[in-house]
Design a protein around this ligand. Structure first.
Ligand code: ADP
Length: 171
């Protein structure tokens, strides 16, 4: 039985991530999607919100488990007995960062193999940041984010806009 892990910030999960999860879940016996704590980034959604969102949109995949961790990817994989980490490759821009990470993980946990899945053409240029930017301008998100969480993303920005307006008025 081969267990693979798919890690990321998922802030928020996009249709690009979901496409990767669907494809990887067909290849491996079990796929653990793990939301990693990234101390350098100030997330839009809390760790708990992201955990709930990822669980909600992946519940139809029986061999997908959702988890969260503040460990290094290599340590987390070892803990879970996973020898495969799945990563998505979009444009050339992902390549260098991803290779560096794969080599680092291999150094830390030599049995761990990184499997790169090519992003599907439809989602090649899709990222969580792009979704957030579109949401900020009130654009239609249906081609980019899972429908179950679109309302939540929109609500976050409506709330932020209201807070900013109040802030301006209070000055
Ligand atoms: P991080 O913030 O750690 O980069 P992300 O949540 O943005 O994490 O991405 C996690 C993984 O998903 C990475 O391997 C990334 O390349 C991949 N990924 C992100 N967006 C897409 C997409 N549109 N298509 C395919 N893979 C993607």
């Amino acid at each position: 039985m081969i267990t693979a892990i798919y890690t990321g910030s998922f802030d928020p999960i996009t249709l690009g991530h979901l496409n990767m999860i669907k494809r990887a879940s067909r290849v491996f016996d079990k796929l653990i999607v793990c939301i990693m704590v990234n101390k350098d980034k100030k997330p839009l959604f809390t760790q708990e919100e992201r955990l709930r969102q990822v669980r909600l949109v992946t519940q139809r995949f029986p061999n997908v488990e959702v988890d969260q961790s503040d460990l290094l990817v290599a340590d987390y994989a070892r803990l879970k007995g996973a020898k495969v980490v799945v990563r998505g490759l979009r444009a050339v821009s992902d390549y260098e960062k991803e290779c560096q990470m794969a080599l680092m993980n291999k150094r830390l946990y030599p049995e761990l193999e990184t499997f790169f899945l090519a992003a599907s053409e439809k989602y090649m240029y899709l990222s969580s940041s792009a979704v957030k930017e579109l949401a900020m301008f009130g654009a239609d998100l249906s081609a980019f984010a899972p429908r179950e969480i679109i309302g939540e993303i929109e609500a976050k920005y409506k709330q932020e806009r209201t807070d900013t307006d109040h802030g301006k008025r209070d000055q």
